[in-house]
Design a protein. Structure first.
Length: 175
């Protein structure tokens, strides 16, 4: 029964730590919100029907004026959307850094807890699992905003850390 409780609490700790970190990031470093950019969506193009009491030339001038206006608002919207996307890319890159740093700290904490306080297996497994989930989630969120070199280097470092921790734990407890 104690083993089952350790598993349940380990999973619970992992989930709660993961959620708390994501909420903390959202509270202290919120991402850009598209609505805050006040991007006015262009109105749908209206089909212009000229009244029979104007000339063809006047009708063309009227239609051209509406098209220029619509093009102007579309360009404004596109420009606003590009500003949002640029800010979101910076946020995604920073989110990648934050979650990877916190994730490695949680994995290290879980490793140290397991190494020195083996009786607290639920805490150590919960911390390590949430750290791994944060690293994974950070890679997903920051994938497009982070260079492949940086992702490779950071992924390699994290892999080495996790493998080294696993080797140490396996050597210590394989007896």
């Amino acid at each position: 029964m104690a083993k089952i409780m350790n598993v349940v609490f380990g999973i619970g700790i992992a989930i709660i730590l993961f959620i708390v970190v994501l909420l903390g990031i959202n509270v202290f470093y919120p991402g850009p919100n598209f609505e805050d950019y006040n991007c006015t969506e262009p109105k749908p193009i209206e089909i212009q029907v000229c009244s029979p009491d104007i000339t063809v030339s006047q009708c063309y001038t009227l239609v051209a004026g509406k098209q220029l206006n619509e093009t102007f608002w579309q360009e404004k919207f596109d420009e606003c959307q590009k500003r949002f996307e640029a800010d979101d890319k910076v946020y995604a890159r920073n989110f990648f850094y934050i979650t990877n740093i916190v994730g490695v700290l949680f994995v290290t904490t879980g490793f140290l807890l397991f190494l020195y306080l083996a009786s607290m297996i639920n805490l150590s497994v919960g911390a390590a699992s949430s750290g791994l989930a944060l690293v994974f989630f950070g890679f997903i969120r920051g994938w497009q905003a982070t260079s492949d070199k940086l992702k490779f280097i950071l992924g390699l470092i994290i892999s080495i850390i996790i493998i080294a921790y696993s080797v140490v734990i396996n050597k210590k407890y394989s007896k």
